[in-house]
Design a protein around this ligand. Sequence first.
Ligand SMILES: *[C@@H]1O[C@H](CO)[C@@H](O)[C@H](O)[C@H]1NC(C)=O
Ligand SMILES: *[C@@H]1O[C@H](CO)[C@@H](O)[C@H](O)[C@H]1NC(C)=O
Ligand SMILES: *[C@@H]1O[C@H](CO)[C@@H](O)[C@H](O)[C@H]1NC(C)=O
Length: 974
Amino acid sequence: MNIASYAILLFLALSRYKAEITTATSNCMESGCSDDQQCRDANNEDCKDETSLDCQCKSNYTHGLIVTCYDAYSDKTKHVYSVPIAQNGTPIPDPIWSHRFPTSVLTLRVDVDNIQKKAYIYHSNKHSIYKNPNYNYGNSTENLWTVLSKGISSGLVSLAVDWVSHNIYWTDPTFKWIVVQSLSSSDTSMFRVLIQENLYRPEALALDPTDALLFWSDIGKFTTIVVSSLSGRNRKTIVLSNLLRTISLAADHQGHRLYFVDTERDTVETVTYDGTDRKILLTKSYSSLIDVAVYQDTLYVADIRALYVINKTNGNEFSMTIGEDVYGYAGLAVFHEEVQPVTDHCQDCGCEQICLTELGGATCICKDGYHLNEDNKTCSLIGTYFHRALVFSNASNICILDITVLADFVFDPVCVLQTTGTKYMVFDTDQRNIFIANDTAIYWTNVDNPKLQLLTEISGSISGMSWDGYDRNVYWTEADTGKIWRTSIESKAQVFLEGLAKPHDVLILPHHRLVYWISERNGSTIESSNIDCSHQHIVLQKNDSLKWISLSYNPYENRLGYTMVTSYEDEVTTIWFHSLDDIDYMTEGECTGAGPISVIKVFDENNRQNETGPCFILNGECEQICIPNRMSRMCTCAFGFMLAEDGKTCMSDPVMDEFMFVGDITHTSMYQIRLNDTNVQGIKAKGIKPRYDPIHERVIWLTLYGTKVYSMYLNGTGQTDVQIDRKAYLFDVDVSTGNVYFVSEKRYTREFCIGVISPDGTYLGLREGLLYVYGIVVSPSDGYMFYIHNNTIVRDTMDGTHPETLLEGVRASGGFTVDFKTGYLYWIERSSDPEGFLIVYCEADGSNRTTLYTFETSSLNKYKPNNLAIHGDDLFITLRKQSTLMKLKLSNPSDITEFTVPGSLGKIGFVSIYSSSAQPKNAFCSDHNGNCSTICLPTPGGGVCACEDGIQFKEGSTSVCSNSKQPCLFNIIV
Ligand SMILES: *[C@@H]1O[C@H](CO)[C@@H](O)[C@H](O)[C@H]1NC(C)=O
Ligand SMILES: *[C@@H]1O[C@H](CO)[C@@H](O)[C@H](O)[C@H]1NC(C)=O
Ligand SMILES: *[C@@H]1O[C@H](CO)[C@@H](O)[C@H](O)[C@H]1NC(C)=O
């Protein structure tokens, strides 16, 4: 991907940020210390030495943290704190100094070069990286931060400093590249986009200069952690499953381990440098983890409201806050005075521009716009200027803006050519040429040597233009003559296609060798042909009054995009940068004196063959995860799946009996866990509440707040769904028929209903007008269903005709199951302590209500139970926001163990268990569906046939329904 997607013309009210400068006060001066004996706050315990206000205290701390904060609402917040760390690794919560940037700040990332004592901060609102040339942590001197690099996007940029060879690397998630800049040069243009192929959204970044390794996370459909050399070579994906948004990485060069936080999984995790031995160190519910740093035995993790100090070996943690007026922590880095003996191979590498550390050596690279000469040391200029730029036309000129302007509010374009009436513009980025069309002719010019040259005259009325970088042709459409033409600098214009109906907006997909255009015949159409004119056909047709007005191509999805927006602001003088990935805008600026802009395009010289990246088109034909590997790719599978022999599809090895289903709400994924050996198999569907229909060997599931009941075979085939007119949220499966008993909530009325759906999709309402229902279980062998309704436990026949209250005063809170061996019912109840929870059971007739287990109120943040399932003597309990289950012995409730699902699952929100030996079937219904033509409902001592809502039995029959009202949806012949 490239920046071509990001520039969009739009007017938007300027929302400039309040700029205010506040001055950090020095507590040391108040405490009587002289200015050059900077000390921490005089109120701090460590400073309150009986004999004197000890102003040397800072010198006793050999290391500390630089912590950054953002200030969404307050303009009093300081943005950068220096926090000393005591010998045992814990920070002292009183900062030594703090700094406020003169503007509001949303994202700040920080890293330090401990050898040169320089700190670097990414400032999102300024789209810039700042440097502090002497961050001496005892020194509160203001205004040491100066701009190092401008024009970075506003996403979650991460920084990493190579403190051996003195380079800084950063990710740009919006421009989708990784940049390196030399810190040895004072020339701020000494940077290069180092990695941009096959990146979806690089966010986290870390490096290890001693092993010369660079690590980053790529946030995509499947988030990955990737390693390469510091020069971007030898890329390898090291973590590829069960990551969501890995937003910070830290490399521990002593332990050769990587530490990372995943802010959607709410985890702090670690793997070795080669991706093995992954461990979750900490799961932090209700958190917004942001950044992680490692030093010696300790991890420092920034959450939005707290800093966690974690033992990097066992995950033990405590949390703390620092500073006053802190709105939210944004980033952190450790500074220290340790200087390791590391050889800097760059010291005498002889590179003219940028030198990067490699293992056992160094490599020279050139800054953007230069290429490396054959001596592998010196660099030569490629083009004069503009490597990534916006090119636009106004009434009289073609003007260029470097992409880095987005750091400013006022854009100062360079107008390179005078020309009027520009209607279309395309680029040949290989040769750095611009093609410009007005009403009568097409011209071209080189970017570096601007001189308008006639390419061809146009006889018709031009209505679109495109560039084919393979055959190096310009294509254009003429609406009035019905023709598409093509030409090149070397050849004469020729008609490519004719006889078209008002063609416009021609689009070439060079790598597919396809031509698309919009046409008007019986309404608006999108048409296509091969580049050799063959296979001309209509792709899409619209018969109403809406019209397609432009086409674009999205290589990620291999999809053609089209827009139907018709308004075009012809007084555009503001250029607005907008990231397609983020809702938030990046920046906007006024083009001084440019006047109304007619056409704007992005010129990106590195944008040549990007869309051929092996994973870009249709995910490289991989069913699940596509890993780019130089020019080829490798398919791989998510946790719980194996790669099939075709090397593309993924499969699981379904378990048919004695298994547990869990729903992972973090990843919206479902897994089967074999009960005898906890082997895990994935389910190929997004969902969170799976149960099993053993009759048809299908998994039935619900999504959160969905209005559909889904079903498919365990191997992922044959997926169907039944739409119901309301939100289904609880269900159970009758193992004798595969009927699904579900509880749903009618929209707006808060009226709850119980209904049944048979495997062929037939729907029958059983109970209406209920108040809140907390749980439902069916016991088909004796023909009863049980549900918790309005603080009572109700036993009803499975045809819904004989509800009777078994128990009253049940403060249920979800979680309801039956032990088929004893017939006992188990549920979760709120205790009289409003915060507390109990697990309670009673016998099948409601007698002998007993509390099985009481959750300690003090541990509730960790242990809020929400779901139950029984297997033999084991009761499994899901705990809110936990990735492990609690396992309790029914015969000995004090025997509690933690049940950990292997693999790195997220929070488990649902559990169900299938065991054929435990769940007896209904004799009547399991015998050929009770000979019922439609639905068989178990009842005590037998069963009855039923028809779907609104359908009667055939005259004289009690088993055969008159014609079905709706077609089968599950498509299963019962
Ligand atoms: C604090 O920083 C300023 C500016 O770099 C420097 O002049 C001064 O000597 C420093 N003070 C101490 C105590 O390091
Ligand atoms: C700092 O270290 C010195 C020497 O080790 C010691 O005498 C002094 O008490 C320490 N100060 C504090 C505040 O711990
Ligand atoms: C961290 O945990 C490890 C392993 O349990 C232990 O050996 C070490 O002493 C702990 N470190 C600290 C500072 O508590």
